[in-house]
Design a protein around this ligand. Structure first.
Ligand SMILES: Nc1ncnc2c1ncn2[C@@H]1O[C@H](COP(=O)(O)OP(=O)(O)O)[C@@H](O)[C@H]1O
Ligand SMILES: [Ca+2]
Length: 500
């Protein structure tokens, strides 16, 4: 055999079965790499969007939510993309200049137009829900409240989104949707885990919502949902006038003894305000709400001196007076003749519960007694010292944290009958997985039918598992084909012998 001939015989590419095997394996690798690349390529995510405006008593926030376009009915998919805080007060404050209510939304709505991709604008729903500030305005002056709603409606309709309405939501809705939000974000529906109760504290009203251990005796307090294949019977109540701003008015009304002809120079020595706090206020500024009594015209023009004395025990005692526990027409009540079953399970407390407790550095690790000690120390701190220490905090907030913190503890303990153990089961939260806790997300999920009543049929395998299984099977099939080729084509002639 000459040299050239020998080279030809020894060159493995001239053996068909080796060539075939190598080509087969190469093809398999190429297919697998191709699938892996397609799989991991950050697919251009297609998101859908929704906008909810929370028109609260003290301010309005505009929330933008987003979710993957293909997975609308999967719980846990909707996330908060952006929150924009509207400048100025809540919309109910524009009762005498209603056109300004709509104008106030402009900056945040313009922002939303920029944030949401243009091609999604026409299909993006916009909802506005107004809470207790507007409930109170409606009680006071129905015409004014309608004008304010018409003004925000007009403003929202100028945007390229799908406007779905502006309305005053009920206290039950506010409570129930807050509960849906926290449990949706915690994925308690999808996992069918125990739900957490929801506590919302606003400026004008406050809500408590949980799954009770017993029958709800009053139909006003009962609300049912079927979510993801499970039935939930909720207890919920909203106390109008018991948000932290309105309850301060109730408290001050009790502190300033009714006096037919209020003379000037009335001094209120207030245990819930700091020593050194000394501010002249008009009676009108306190008695400007349907939560408190009407003033006579002569009383309206009068002032009083609001003087802090910083006595936490007295403050705590005085705050208890805002809860009327003298009557209960049910087997049990929280206060003001409102039915409430015993609280049970864990609670998430958000909105002003969080703002106040976060400022005071009260965490779930503090016992109820420790929280009271922290409050006592804060309430007795002189006003001047506090102002020096917290120059950046709004003075109104700073002055009221003693009252609000003491009210929160009393609302839970004396109002809702929380035990020290229930307190341990309560967490003060602002967000869950970067989405804010509050009624807005639950409201949108409900109105867009995004939480299915029944659990969707789950595929036998999750998507990732399905792809892996297909890859392994394809690989095995290719290997089998190659081995088959090798086996059936194995020549028994001289070429074979020459290799050896
Ligand atoms: N940083 C803060 N510190 C203390 N209180 C705050 C802070 N931010 C907001 N708040 C208060 O939270 C409450 C929010 O209530 P809001 O949602 O406007 O009213 P409602 O839900 O009763 O309609 C208001 O009392 C507001 O003053
Ligand atoms: Ca609110």
């Amino acid at each position: 055999m000459d040299e050239q001939q020998e080279m030809k015989v020894k060159n493995p590419w001239h053996r068909p079965h080796i060539f075939l095997a190598t080509a087969g394996i190469a093809a398999a690798i190429i297919i697998m790499v191709a699938i892996a690349v397609v799989q991991n390529k950050p697919l251009q995510q297609k998101y859908k969007y929704g906008i909810v405006l929370d028109a609260g008593s003290s301010h309005t926030s505009v929330y933008i939510y987003e979710w993957p376009a293909e997975k609308e009915n999967n719980t846990g998919m909707v996330k908060q993309k952006q929150a924009c805080s509207v400048k100025g007060p809540g919309i109910s404050s524009y009762s005498k200049t209603p056109e300004k209510a709509g104008e106030s939304l402009k900056e945040c709505m313009d922002n939303a137009t920029k944030t949401i991709p243009k091609h999604r604008h026409p299909e993006t729903p916009v909802y506005l829900g107004a809470t207790a500030g507007m409930r109170l305005l409606k009680m006071e002056n129905d015409v004014d409240s309608k004008k304010v709603l018409a003004s925000v409606e007009k403003s929202l309709q100028t945007y390229p989104f799908s406007y779905q309405g502006a309305r005053i939501i009920t206290g039950q809705e506010e409570g129930a949707f807050g509960w849906i939000t926290v449990n949706y974000l915690s994925e308690n529906f999808r996992k069918a885990s125990r739900t957490v109760g929801a506590l919302d504290l606003g400026g004008a009203s406050t809500q408590i919502t949980f799954v009770p251990g017993q029958q709800v005796e009053s139909s006003d307090n009962s609300i049912d949902f079927r979510l993801y294949g499970n039935d939930y019977h909720l207890y919920t109540h909203s106390f109008l006038c018991y948000g932290k701003d309105q309850v301060l008015k109730l408290y001050l009304e009790q502190q300033i003894q009714p006096n037919a002809d209020m003379t000037d120079n009335i001094i209120l020595e207030d245990p819930c305000f700091h020593p050194g706090y000394n501010i002249i206020k008009s009676f009108q500024s306190v008695f400007d709400s349907p939560c408190v009594k009407n003033l006579t015209n002569s009383q309206k023009g009068q002032n009083f001196t609001h003087r802090g004395i910083g006595n936490w025990n007295k403050c705590n005692q005085a705050i208890k007076e805002v809860f009327n526990t003298s009557h209960c027409r049910y087997s049990r009540c929280s206060f003001n003749d409102v039915f409430q079953p015993p609280v049970t399970g864990r609670f998430g407390a958000f909105s002003a519960y969080f703002f106040v407790m976060d400022f005071l550095n009260v965490t779930p690790d503090h016992s109820l007694d420790e929280a009271k000690k922290i409050l006592e120390a804060y309430c007795t701190t002189p006003w001047g010292t506090l102002k020096q220490k917290h120059r950046k905090v709004k003075e109104k907030y700073l002055a009221e944290y003693c009252f609000s913190g003491t009210y929160i503890v009393s609302l839970l303990e004396d109002g809702y009958k929380f035990t020290t153990n229930d307190w341990k089961n309560t967490e003060f939260i602002k967000t869950i997985k970067n989405s804010e806790a509050g009624w807005t997300l639950g409201y949108m999920l409900n109105l867009t039918n995004m939480i299915p009543a029944e659990a969707p049929d789950t595929p036998l395998l999750p998507y990732g598992g399905y792809v892996s299984l297909m890859l392994v099977l394809s690989f095995l099939i290719i290997v089998c084909i190659i081995l088959g080729c090798i086996f059936f084509r194995r020549p028994s002639g001289p070429a074979h012998k020459e290799i050896i």
